[in-house]
Write a protein that binds this ligand. Structure first.
Ligand SMILES: [Zn+2]
Length: 95
């Protein structure tokens, strides 16, 4: 399932999805259009093969969490913080 943006950035106007980070309990903007890559093995090794997260998920049958829960790959999406991709981050208002 592809995430659907629900708001444009006040600074650059690009579509964003506001989400709750369940680790920090803070909301933040996600860039749903940035391509995210999966790299297996030593991330610091030069020349490692990479593939997009979307293609990686297409090859997964199920994602099994350590607590035993299983998540269907169709129910996942990988996004990047819009704080990292905004072309005009200096005008960002976090408030
Ligand atoms: Zn922006």
């Amino acid at each position: 399932m592809k995430p659907q943006p629900n708001k444009g950035c006040d600074s650059c106007g690009k579509p964003m999805l506001f989400s709750l980070n369940i680790d920090s309990d803070k909301t933040g903007p996600l860039d749903v259009r940035a391509v995210v890559y999966v790299v297996r093995g030593d991330i610091n090794a030069e020349g490692k093969a990479a593939q997009t997260a979307g293609k990686f998920l297409e090859q997964c049958e199920v994602i099994r969490m350590k607590d035993g829960r299983e998540i269907k790959p169709d129910d996942l999406a990988f996004c990047v913080s819009h704080f990292a991709t905004c072309p005009t981050p200096g005008r960002f208002s976090r408030g």
